[in-house]
Design a protein around this ligand. Structure first.
Ligand SMILES: Cc1cc2nc3c(=O)[nH]c(=O)nc-3n(C[C@H](O)[C@H](O)[C@H](O)COP(=O)(O)OP(=O)(O)OC[C@H]3O[C@@H](n4cnc5c(N)ncnc54)[C@H](O)[C@@H]3O)c2cc1C
Ligand code: SF4
Length: 338
């Protein structure tokens, strides 16, 4: 169990000033190293003495990881760019407002000033058993404390759970998926460019990780192609309190329509599974359909097929159905309504 003490375990702190040096340090130290970005997630693990890395690689001195640059085909966003910069950037607001809206709805202004996009998409789950140091499946044990008749699982998964029922809590991740973003990762073997949706992994692939990053890997850039520039965007986040709170669920969609008919669409939801889910079946079902309440209704029903509630999160099924319905049909009614 977590024991709160007044000092963190000692570690060697490195503050490289280039991606090459950071990646080299991560490769040399393998699973003994922890990447430190804004520190909002990683510092919790250190302060609670649950993660005890021998080496911490602080990315804050690497200028090449910071900032937003226009490219021939869209935007390159450095992994260390803060959420505030993303929320306030005029190009993102004009062309890819799905991402600026998602970033603006993360937590509080102070957290957005410090939290980075790379950290936001790479953050760990908030399941309180796991974060409190309980020896569950995700922590390498052989039990899930949340998935029991009395487990506290109101915020947990309704889809794609396998032993672990934790969810991914990122607000920006589904927006990146809906914008067809690519994640650029520096590895010991060179650079890898991964589709945003493939960056995230569920417990069926690896129950101890939320994304594909292995020891020695560094996320450097989030690349937004111009494909969906100035499309019709919809982002909605439902949370318990309108400040400083993780999503109970969110939905992000990008639509291209003509004469009221959906030509093409991307839609993703988060906080329903251990990874943000792109809803390809929904996308396929609404292409060529009118963008109206009836299409939204049908899409919402399709989206929740196969959803399995836990003891205390059955509300998530109508919530997901209605968020998808609203994202597609633009229906203005309570997302909670069944
Ligand atoms: C009180 C509170 C409320 C919050 N509410 C929300 C919310 O509503 N919505 C939301 O989306 N988020 C929320 N967050 C998360 C927050 O927004 C941060 O974005 C997130 O915790 C991590 O960002 P960071 O830059 O601090 O990264 P860190 O905490 O430093 O890193 C997070 C993880 O990613 C890894 N990492 C970071 N950058 C890289 C990189 N470039 N390459 C490889 N690995 C990397 C780290 O090793 C660590 O495992 C909240 C956090 C707190 C503390
Ligand atoms: S939901 Fe996952 S992280 Fe939470 S207790 Fe169960 S196995 Fe652990």
């Amino acid at each position: 169990m977590a024991v709160i003490r007044d000092v963190m375990p000692a570690f060697q702190l490195y503050q490289p000033s280039s991606v090459t040096d950071a990646q080299k340090l991560l490769s040399q130290n393998g699973s003994d190293a922890l990447v430190l970005a804004g520190g909002l997630d990683s510092m919790d693990w250190l302060k609670d003495r649950i993660k005890k890395p021998k080496v911490v690689v602080d990315l804050s001195g690497i200028d090449e990881l910071k900032g937003i640059r226009e490219t021939a085909d869209g935007l390159d966003i450095g992994a260390m760019t803060t959420l505030t910069e993303i929320a306030q950037n005029s190009i993102i607001q004009k062309k890819y407002s799905l991402l600026s809206e998602a970033a603006e709805l993360v937590a509080s202004p102070q957290i957005r000033n410090q939290g980075t996009i790379g950290g936001n998409v790479s953050q760990d789950t908030r399941c309180w058993y796991y974060r409190a140091g309980w020896p569950c499946y995700r922590a390498g044990g052989n039990i899930c404390y949340a998935d029991t008749p009395v487990g506290r699982n109101r915020e947990h998964a309704i889809l794609q759970a396998e032993r672990c029922v934790a969810v991914n809590p990122s607000d920006t991740a589904p927006a990146c998926i809906a914008l067809d973003a690519k994640f650029v990762v520096m590895t010991p073997k060179g650079q890898q460019v991964i589709d945003a949706e493939d960056y995230f992994v569920g417990p069926d692939i690896d129950i101890t990780r939320m994304n594909i990053l292995q020891p020695g890997h560094l996320l450097t850039t989030i690349r937004i192609p111009s494909t969906w520039a100035q499309a019709e965007f919809y982002f909605e986040k439902v949370r318990d309190r309108n400040v400083w709170d993780f999503p109970l669920m969110n939905v992000a969609s990008a639509v291209k329509s003509s004469g009221g008919t959906i030509q093409d669409i991307r839609i993703a939801v988060n906080a329903v599974a251990a990874r943000p889910l792109r809803l390809k079946m929904v996308e396929n079902s609404v292409r060529g359909k009118p963008r109206n309440a009836a299409s939204g209704e049908a899409a919402g029903k399709l989206a929740v097929q196969g959803a399995v509630p836990l003891q205390f999160n059955a509300y998530k099924i109508p919530l997901m159905r209605n968020l998808v319905k609203r994202a597609i049909g633009g229906v203005q009614e309570a997302a909670w309504a069944s």
